[in-house]
Write a protein that binds this ligand. Structure first.
Ligand code: CP
Ligand code: NVA
Length: 307
């Protein structure tokens, strides 16, 4: 892998993604066969979490255990990044103790600053801007389920948020058609769309619409995420109101292909952005995509730490 850090999907080349997906398959299969992949014996992962997490924290921690290494979970209470001491000092000192750092935080600039001052690899475990580990697991899951990413059409319904952005960038890189439907004021910015389109091969469609039905028509994948991301809790009432009509329910799903796969990064707010019958229905692959967070991150840790 060419890059030192994974801050956004833009850090990865197409070759990096191919290498990552191939190693993920290898590691997933060997895990299923109960084989031991102790690539990271004696290695430590420092995990800074300024926001809640279940999947990301547990999958990274389990990944380190399975690879023979160790992970240390550091909350705001432990290090109080930027308040108790500067991001620069935390990065420099942690780099003397651990072999890799993951960070989940609010401002994307904090991740960038941490990476700049760290001599060890830094992985973005979610910022307000992006969630690259999620997108990698998601596109890997689509490839696994459909057997290919060729001619796949992904429809994102909802907020043009961190998850929507990472998916757009990875779809652009992997030549997967990406169409998003968002209400007014929750769209992807023009600058971001330009960036995503600049990454895309000329034939890849990265489009933004208002109407959910328009994007789900003939979709292979319907993807949604919460209307109220972490940090937006104060806007809960406004957002519930603004996102009316953007729920992924059986009526909306009926416009897609019959074998459409329904995805959600989780945690889901059942009854808000997605209904129980859809998330629990036969087209839903939400638990498989959550499982793949573990395998993709094992491959990522191995490639970033050992190479
Ligand atoms: N999808 C995801 O990142 O979940 P957590 O917030 O639980 O880590
Ligand atoms: N958009 C959500 C993703 C959670 C995994 C958030 O930022 O809260």
């Amino acid at each position: 892998m060419q890059c030192k850090d994974l801050i956004t999907i833009a850090d990865l080349s197409l070759e990096d993604v191919d290498e990552l997906f191939a190693l993920t398959t290898e590691m997933k299969e060997s895990y299923r066969r109960n084989e031991v992949d102790h690539y990271l014996v004696g290695k430590t992962l420092g995990m800074i979490f300024e926001k809640s997490s279940m999947r990301t924290r547990v999958s990274f921690e389990a990944a380190m255990t399975q690879l023979g290494g160790h992970a240390i979970y550091l909350t705001k209470q432990d290090i109080n990044l930027g308040v108790r001491e500067s991001v620069k000092d935390v990065a420099a000192v942690l780099s003397r103790y651990v072999d890799c750092i993951t960070i989940r935080t609010y401002a994307h600039e904090t991740v960038v600053e941490l990476a700049k001052s760290s001599s060890v690899p830094v992985i973005n475990a979610l910022s307000d801007y992006t969630h690259p580990c999620q997108a990698l697991a998601d596109l890997y899951t689509i490839k696994e389920k459909k057997g290919t990413l060729e001619d796949i059409k992904l429809a994102f319904v909802g907020d043009g948020n961190n998850v929507a952005r990472s998916l757009a960038l990875l779809c652009a890189k992997l030549n997967v058609s990406y169409q998003i439907a968002s209400p007014e004021n929750y769209e992807l910015s023009t600058e971001f769309l330009e960036l995503a389109r600049a990454t895309a091969t000329s034939s890849t469609c990265i489009e933004q619409y208002r109407e959910p039905k328009k994007v789900v028509r003939n979709a292979d994948i319907i993807y949604t995420d919460t209307w109220i991301s972490m940090g937006k809790e104060k806007e809960v009432e406004t957002r519930r109101n603004d996102f009316k009509g953007y729920q992924v329910n059986s009526e909306l799903v009926s416009y897609a292909k019959e074998d459409v796969l329904v995805m959600h990064c989780l945690p889901a707010h059942r009854g808000e952005e997605i209904t129980d019958d859809v998330i629990d229905g036969q087209n839903s692959i939400v638990y498989d995509q959550a499982e793949n967070r573990l395998h993709i991150q094992k491959a990522l840790l191995k490639l970033l730490i050992c190479e």
